[in-house]
Design a protein around this ligand. Structure first.
Ligand SMILES: Cc1cc2nc3c(=O)[nH]c(=O)nc-3n(C[C@H](O)[C@H](O)[C@H](O)COP(=O)(O)OP(=O)(O)OC[C@H]3O[C@@H](n4cnc5c(N)ncnc54)[C@H](O)[C@@H]3O)c2cc1C
Length: 435
């Protein structure tokens, strides 16, 4: 039986390569080079449309580095390509993008089990197994069809930063809900007048990220960045996301001058979202400016806020944890369109979806990768019920916590736990064959 993979970007090539190496015949479709999305320019597959960085190379201290090591262990094509095309980049893994894409394209095009067809797919194919991997710029007709299957689809991403719970300085924060209505789960970060003034001045003059030309019209329609809201007037934020009313600071017994609320992002409470702080500031500026809020002075940003053109489905509603659709389990979907965020995360989801697809296709029993791995944690994050669902990148906050105080040691232990789980998974799914 042939598997149709739609999209030869980061996730699609990983999936096609894994399946083909398992003896599965793959037909890989991409609209390129007949036509291009607004961000793609190269005829080659797995095009890196913006930065050439695949983020941190640190396996034991950074979840993005750990994710890459997990993928290496599972035979990832993008990690193989990154190894041959890497360029010096300090603690990060950066690549020569042309070499990276060329290496992958050669591997895919020369594979005896992969047939490549340059064609825009406008409808999810009927019958057989399909894996959709058309990314954040999926063309409109197919996006409509995916939306019909998924039930909902979003066309831009406006996310607020997410903070590691244990990096919030509770000396300067308190728990509770506005007017005591709720289950007391919010963490409130008060500011006095001077602190607010300094924060405000820094916010309105902070450097913003540049949008691509094609993003400018639709990204800001539905959601205003906090820095734009602030620029409307000195007190606008105090009537919006920094509204202090109804939040009694136990230290003073009064409402503060301005108060930021942090909302729990996950059930265990390791991650908190800055409510109403969707932003288009550069990442370094987010760290500099938001750390001026006293409770966030040592904040660890697990995910920075972003505002960009994107396409993603409501995965918690639509998908099983194996990346198949609940209502059509022979159709899988991977990459940025599922709500994982980033080149490597997209590639990783393609690899994992293909592993699960191959087992289903071959009538093997389902084996899920452990939630202690970044790959497993991401797939669970995007498929766990979440009424405020937003895309997520690799970070330690999505992994089950380990209660060790020292942060460095904790991350190291989490990384070791993860790599042991990946090795275990690999031996279970390979059943004697070599991955
Ligand atoms: C402008 C922009 C900049 C980004 N910059 C970064 C960054 O710097 N760092 C980072 O980590 N992440 C970045 N991302 C996010 C994301 O990681 C990348 O988009 C990543 O390439 C997603 O992988 P993917 O496999 O989901 O989709 P893609 O890599 O985009 O692959 C999708 C493929 O599907 C094809 N396709 C689309 N529609 C159809 C169709 N109907 N029929 C057939 N083929 C189709 C496309 O031609 C493309 O080759 C960026 C995203 C965008 C949009």
């Amino acid at each position: 039986m042939k598997v149709k993979v739609i999209g030869a970007g980061l996730s699609g090539v990983e999936a096609a390569y894994y399946l083909a190496n398992r003896g599965v015949k793959v037909v890989l479709y991409d609209i390129k080079p007949k036509a291009f999305t607004p961000a793609h320019k190269s005829e080659n597959f797995a095009e890196l449309v913006c930065s050439n960085s695949l983020k941190s190379a640190d396996v034991f201290g950074n979840a993005a580095g750990l994710l890459k090591e997990e993928m290496r262990l599972l035979g990832s094509l993008t990690m193989e390509a990154a190894e041959v095309s890497k360029v010096p980049a300090g603690g990060a893994l950066a690549v020569n993008r042309e070499e990276f894409s060329r290496y992958i394209t050669d591997k895919i095009k020369s594979h005896k089990n992969i047939e490549c067809i340059a064609e825009e797919i406008t409808k999810i194919p009927d019958g057989g197994y399909t894996l959709i991997a058309t990314g954040p710029l999926t063309t409109a007709p197919l996006a409509e069809d995916i939306k019909a299957l998924a039930g909902a689809m979003y066309f831009y991403d406006a996310s607020a930063p997410i903070i590691a719970a244990d990096s919030i300085d509770m000396e300067y924060a308190f728990k509770g809900d506005r007017y005591g209505k709720g289950d007391g789960d919010h963490i409130n970060c008060p500011m006095n007048k001077d602190e607010y003034q300094a924060f405000y001045d820094a916010l309105i003059s902070a450097e913003r990220a540049t949008l691509h030309e094609f993003e400018k019209s639709d990204v800001f329609e539905g959601c205003m960045p906090v820095e734009i809201m602030a620029a409307r007037g000195k007190d606008t934020l105090r009537f919006g996301p920094l509204k202090p009313v109804g939040l009694d600071d136990p230290k003073t017994g009064r409402w503060a001058y301005a108060t930021l609320q942090l909302r729990r992002e996950d059930q265990v409470g390791t991650m908190y979202n800055m409510v109403g702080f969707q932003t288009n500031l550069k990442f370094a500026e987010q760290k500099r400016v938001f750390s001026m809020i006293p409770a966030l002075k040592n904040a660890e940003f697990l995910r920075y806020g972003v505002m960009h053109r994107n396409t993603f489905i409501n995965s918690p509603k639509a998908l099983n944890v194996d990346y198949s659709f609940k209502t059509r389990p022979s159709v899988f979907i991977a990459g940025q369109i599922t709500g994982v965020e980033g080149y490597v995360e997209s590639a990783g989801s393609g690899l994992l979806a293909a592993i699960y697809l191959e087992r289903k296709l071959s009538g093997k029993n389902e084996i899920l990768i452990s939630e202690n791995t970044v790959l497993g944690a991401l797939s669970r994050y995007i498929t766990t019920e979440n009424k405020d669902f937003e895309p997520m990148n690799a970070n330690f906050g999505i992994l089950p916590p380990i209660s060790v105080k020292d942060k460095k040691e904790r991350k190291r232990l989490m990384a070791e736990r993860s790599l042991a789980a990946v090795r275990q998974f690999k031996s279970e799914i390979s059943e004697g064959e070599n991955l």
